[in-house]
Design a protein around this ligand. Structure first.
Ligand code: ADP
Ligand code: ADP
Ligand code: MG
Length: 648
């Protein structure tokens, strides 16, 4: 076994790998960009090496620096985590050439699965069912349109080099084909430097079910399936294992196909074979098709660990160190059920836009397994994936594991940035999901209901208002009754916040009467908890960076009124603002140019997606305030339009 390994990654996955390495007595070297000097993974590792600027291309994608850091610290092996260089065969070759071990599959195996067209051809040859479609070399639009017609609509256009849901377009009618093809090719060319696409039959009522496999280069086995059908924009939101409704026949067929796929390429290490499943008539052994293989540890691997009791990172380390597979197929058993929810800093109602911010408050319940790369006070930076944590629960049955997930999410406390927490909670309450009726269209179909703001509990609003007025100290021990108010006096004071106000009275020391628009509540603090209208509550009040949050129910955050805030309003000024932190990829206009409403102005990339910004009205470009390559904050002005007539 290795004495020391370098982890070529950041965030939760770097922390996760360190944990297992430590348990096995292996020392760890972290690497970090300038944006990550204070990050949790750096603090957890035994040593840490700076590798460059905040942009991934200047640090986490610099294979040469990663290898130099490993050599310099005496690490014998490199664990790539997921993302970044984890599926880059050139990096694997460079690592090996430097005399180091790559903790993962060979460069050859990665190459064989790297492009979706070649992988499909290879799998078809190995007898693995693949989605009907065209994955040939002729990329002329006419040929591709012919193939789409032959396959029959609806079809899916996919970038052969795709990943993370990019470069993918659903086409339902022949009339849309040409446009969608062009946009898929463009996105693929920008994101992957490869515009080639394949055409696939779009499976109706699709479910995404994947098999966790593990190989040692000679043989492979599977560790059951995961269902990842709960997706938004083709990206996973909640994963579970086993798949609801899975039969032993179908598992046997899918497991055998996955193992065949792995053995066909002499696979070593952890991998995932993804299948698309036609769930229109239940799960059937003949109703699944190979989509792609991910030649790395997957984000959602903890649900597999939860049902099998196997530490996948331990297996990765042992196999990379030359041990054979630690078990045989018949020694792998699954018990119970597990879920993983991905908590992100993102604005769900605005279309899942990535967000940033300082985590002024962050607390998780002890009832769930939490994988996180951040601590309270840490910054969610615009440079990387805005994941805050993965929340994993398990239980003897699906219903109990899901109940545990809902409870864990409801007890999760985050303040300082927008998150998808309410959305995740809404998902755990979704009747169809609760019944196990999952398919990849569920979120889109029910988006309006799932993103309905949860109505706040007026008791929590009252307590937050009290906190905002700085009166909650009075509830502490020893009380400070003098704060803001005179003893005994039944004063009435107005409390204002962004979006509302209340009045407070203090009829007696330590007793607060809060009048909201519709209701009034009486609050007092006794025996370590807040009592509202005479009843004890689980409500907890947290002060952070000029705002106040109350947890213990649907979270409420109140911000004091900021008289300056209104001045930054720009409506009518003709400014196109960046709706989120991101990277300006392209600017399509130049000063003086006339544009029509709807015309594209700039292309912004925020983590895994591209967002086109277009003109909201006709006008003339007065100023271009950003350039391609600029990293911009949410709200940054990018383009200023003026009325066409303005200068004659
Ligand atoms: P998975 O396929 O395991 O569910 P995701 O959907 O989270 O992974 O990610 C999609 C793609 O984005 C994958 O290729 C993954 O490797 C990559 N990715 C995910 N998280 C990160 C990250 N933090 N940094 C870089 N790439 C990432
Ligand atoms: P990526 O490399 O971006 O992960 P995948 O090929 O794995 O691309 O597809 C991502 C998602 O798109 C799947 O999880 C599934 O939801 C959907 N999808 C892919 N292929 C099909 C198909 N043929 N029919 C229906 N949905 C599909
Ligand atoms: Mg995929």
């Amino acid at each position: 076994m290795f004495d020391k390994i370098l982890i070529a990654n950041r965030g939760e996955i770097a922390c996760r790998i360190i944990q297992t390495a430590r348990r096995l007595g292996i020392r760890t070297v972290a690497v970090f960009s300038q944006a990550d000097a204070e990050a949790r993974h750096v603090a957890l590792a035994d040593e840490a090496v700076p590798i460059g600027g905040p942009a991934p291309k200047d640090s986490y994608l610099r294979g040469d620096r990663l290898i130099a850091a490993a050599l310099q610290t005496g690490a014998q092996a490199i664990h790539p985590g997921y993302g970044f260089l984890s599926e880059n065969p050139d990096f694997v070759e460079a690592v090996t050439a430097a005399g180091l071990v790559f903790i993962g599959p060979s460069a050859g195996a990665i190459r064989k699965m790297g492009l979706k067209d070649a992988a499909k051809a290879l799998m078809a040859e190995a007898g693995v069912p693949v989605v009907p479609g065209y994955h040939g070399p002729d990329q002329s639009p006419a040929r591709l349109a012919d193939e789409a017609a032959r396959i029959r609509y609806p079809v899916l256009i996919k970038a052969v080099a795709g990943g993370g849901g990019k470069g993918m377009r659903l086409v339902e009618r022949p009339a849309d084909f040409a446009d969608r093809l062009a946009s898929a090719q463009n996105e693929a060319a920008t994101a992957f430097g490869n515009s080639a696409v394949l055409i696939e039959k779009y499976i109706l009522t699709p479910r995404h079910i994947e098999m966790q496999i593990f190989g040692d280069g000679r043989r492979a086995l599977h560790l059951y399936e995961r269902d990842c059908s709960l997706q938004r924009r083709h990206q996973k939101v909640i994963e579970e294992a086993p798949a609801p409704g899975m039969t032993s026949e179908m598992r046997a067929a899918m497991g055998a196909a996955a193992v065949r796929a792995a053995e066909a390429i002499g696979y070593a290490g952890a991998g995932t074979v993804e299948f698309i499943v036609d769930a229109s008539a239940g799960l059937r052994p003949e109703g699944f098709w190979f989509m792609e293989m991910n030649t790395r540890l997957q984000v959602e691997h903890p649900v597999t660990e939860a049902i099998t009791g196997i530490d996948l990172v331990e297996w990765q380390l042992r196999v990379a160190a030359g041990e054979p597979l630690p078990a045989n197929q018949d020694q792998i058993h699954a018990t119970g059920h597990a879920f993983e929810a991905r908590l992100y800093a993102e604005d769900v109602p605005a279309g899942f836009l990535p967000a940033t911010g300082r985590l002024a408050h962050l607390a998780f319940p002890a009832t769930a397994r939490i994988e996180t790369g951040v601590r309270p006070g840490d910054q969610i930076s615009p440079w990387y994936d805005p994941m805050i944590a993965k929340i994993i629960t398990s239980g003897p049955t699906r219903a109990l594991a899901l109940q545990a997930l809902q409870g864990a999410l409801e007890a999760t406390e985050v303040a300082g940035t927008i998150t998808n927490l309410d959305f995740l909670i809404a998902l755990t309450r979704h009747p169809g999901f609760r019944r196990g009726e999952v398919d990849t269209g569920l979120i889109t179909r029910d988006l309006a209901a799932l993103t309905q703001p949860l109505s706040p509990d007026s008791r929590a609003v009252a307590l937050a208002a009290l906190g905002l007025a700085g009166l909650d100290d009075a509830g502490l021990d020893p009380p400070d009754w003098t704060k803001g108010f005179a003893l005994w006096q039944p004063l009435r004071q107005r409390i204002d916040w962004e979006g509302g106000h209340a009045h407070v009275e203090i009829p007696a020391p330590g007793l607060f009467r809060l009048h909201l628009d519709e209701v009034s509540h009486e609050l007092r603090f006794a025996n370590d908890r807040w009592w509202v209208d005479g009843a004890p509550t689980p409500l907890r009040l947290v002060h952070h960076a000029a705002a106040v949050s109350v947890f213990g129910t649907v979270p409420v955050t109140l911000k004091p009124l900021d008289p300056l805030a209104r001045q930054t309003e720009v409506s009518g000024a003709g400014l196109t603002l960046s709706p989120m932190p991101g990277l300006v990829r392209e600017i399509f206009v130049t000063p003086g140019q006339e544009v029509k409403a709807g015309e594209r102005l700039a292309l912004l990339e925020a983590m895994k997606m591209e967002h086109m910004l277009s003109a909201s009205r006709d006008g003339r470009v007065a100023e271009v305030l950003a350039a391609p390559g600029d990293q911009v904050e949410a709200g940054a002005a990018l383009i200023r339009l003026e009325e066409k007539e303005a200068h004659g």
